[in-house]
Structures are given as C-alpha cells and as structure tokens.
Design a protein around this ligand. Structure first.
Ligand code: SER
Length: 317
C-alpha cells in the first residue's frame, strides 16, 4: 500500500482508520474520501488530502484514483443493519451498486480493495456457536444480503479479473470516537455513554443474547494486517471471520458496573433489533484468519472497558 483512498472517511470506522493509516504510511499518502454533507473536519482535514469520493459516482472515484495514484481502496461506505431495513433500496445502491463501481475502478487501475463484511452476513440457519469460516449464509436482512453479495462479488473480481480483494467479517465495533448509527450492536457502545454520564441504560437487546464484538483498535489492526498480508498464504480472500470477544448485555453491564458501582440498566427490548441479533452468531470461529494471516486481537472485555471508560470520561466530563 503506497497511496490509499478511504471511501467513507468520516464514518464510524473510516474516521479512525484514516488517522491510523496516515500515522503508518504518511499523511500525504492517505486520501480521506467523503460525500457532500459529511465533510472531514479538524485533523482529518488537515492531516492529508481529502476528496469527494461517492460510491454512487464511479467516474468521480476514478478521477481521485488517477489524481492521487491510488493503489489501495478501503471501501467503507455502508448503511448499518437497522437503518438499512428502513431504506433497503438505498442500502443496495450503496452496498452493491457502489461496490460494483469501486471494483470496476480497481480493475481498470490495478488497485487492491478492502470492503468489510460482517456478522450480519449470517442467518438463522447458520451454526451459532463457533460459526465456521465456510458455512450456511442465508441472512434475511437487506444488510446481510448486501454483505453476502459483497463477499461473493469481491471473490468474483479476484478470480475473474485478478483484482486483489480482501476482507473480514467484522463483529460489532466499539469505540469512543465516532459513534455508530443504526446498527444492531450499537447498544454495546451506547451503554458506555450512559455509564459515564451517570444515566440508567435502557437496553434494546434481551438478556442472554450473545454477539461477537470487537474494540476499534483491533478492528483497525485487522483491516490493515489483512491488506499487508503475504498473498501467497491466503486460501480465502473475502469474508474472514475475525473475533475477539463475545458477550450478552448482562455480561457487559457487569463489566462496567465493576468500575461504576452506581450504574443501572433495564431492558426495553426492541423487536427489530432483537430479531436481527437472534439471527447472528453467538461466537465466530476465526481460526482461518489466525492461520492464513496471523490474526490475533489485543483486547478483551475487561481491557476494552478500562480504556473506553478512561477515554469517554476525558471526553464527556
Ligand atoms: N455493527 C453492525 C450492525 O449492527 C454489524 O456488523 O449493523
């Protein structure tokens, strides 16, 4: 990776990935791609070049790729699972039509491409415990359908045209910087905000609902390491399971309460979020990623909780 374009650089993952890539590859080598209405600000704007890069406009992306001699594209444009259910056509337009445009640009300009998949690519028929790398994927959400298609289309461009596409299936991602919007796993971020603000947390996910989660530094590490990995070792290319922790609402609540003894939570289960969560794995088996490109996470629930509380207190109090 010499010159990198991050599409969606002001989003939940993109905003932090752009900063970390700039620290690693040099500010001038990482272009913050954005859409009108979500412009980069502050250090994201000042730390390197920024350009409009809308996945619905392939010509624009091609222009940016040419201008900055881009060889790697991180395509992070997406709607999360809950919001996608209310705007399915838009979710498809961004997730699939947009991906097609990115892959076409990559084919013409010999770029490598990372487009994340997710735990959302699985469905009710998928084995929920130690979900294998290669297994049944029959999601019933438009988010999941677009993620399965992302994996397949990315593999297709790799096999048919030799485009170096690589990706992981992200768990719910937890961070104290840019909040997520409209995801099923968002509760695991929101709960820390309530704890730090001294508010009782209304949990939209039922007790006992296990989902894979990951602290942002590990998610960024996965996104960078897979693109830096020795391609000759890869058997899979797209949709690697990556895992670091799995918990239910009660377990994260107790982990926070150990540091905030006054903290309280009550359940107000949201039927849409719950039905989506019930269709996702309890815990993925990530041994393929460990074997093929040495994936290993740094954070567990306790170390993430300590870091989240410290940073959110510094920001909010
Ligand atoms: N965080 C995503 C969501 O909840 C799952 O990958 O939609």
């Amino acid at each position: 990776m010499k010159n990198i374009l991050v599409i969606g650089s002001t989003g939940q993952i993109g905003s932090e990935l752009t900063r970390v890539l700039r620290a690693r590859y040099g500010g001038s080598h990482v272009v913050a791609g954005y859409i009108v209405g979500a412009e980069p600000k502050g250090d994201l704007l000042e730390g390197g070049p920024a350009a409009i890069a809308d996945v619905t406009d392939g010509q624009h992306i091609a222009d940016v790729v040419r201008e900055y001699k881009i060889d790697t594209i991180y395509n992070l444009a997406a709607l999360l699972s809950v919001v996608a259910e209310s705007r399915p056509r838009l979710a498809w337009k961004i997730g699939i039509d947009g991906l097609w445009k990115v892959l076409e640009v990559a084919r013409e300009h010999q770029c490598a491409v990372f487009t994340p998949s997710s735990i959302g690519s699985f469905g009710l028929d998928t084995p929920h415990d130690n979900t294998p790398q290669d297994t049944i994927q029959r999601p019933r959400t438009i988010y999941g359908i677009s993620k399965v298609t992302t994996e397949l289309l990315s593999d297709y461009y790799h096999l048919k045209y030799g485009v170096d596409t690589r990706s992981v299936r992200f768990p719910g991602i937890i961070s104290y910087m840019t909040p997520p919007g409209g995801g099923t796993t968002d509760y695991a971020v929101d709960i820390y905000y309530s704890a730090v603000r001294g508010q009782k947390f209304q949990c939209p996910i039922a007790k006992g609902t296990l989902m894979d989660m990951m602290y942002m530094p590990d998610a960024l590490k996965a996104a960078i390491h897979i693109m830096e990995a020795d391609g000759s070792r890869l058997v899979h290319h797209n949709g690697f399971n990556v895992a670091s922790m799995s918990f239910d609402p009660e377990t994260i609540f107790q982990a926070i309460k150990r540091h905030c003894p006054e903290f309280e939570m009550e359940y107000q289960v949201d039927p849409l979020r719950q039905s989506i969560a019930d269709s996702w794995p309890n815990k993925m088996d990530d041994s393929c990623a460990r074997r093929e490109w040495d994936w290993s996470p740094d954070y567990d629930l306790e170390s993430m909780t300590v870091d989240m509380l410290k940073n959110l207190r510094a920001r909010l109090l």
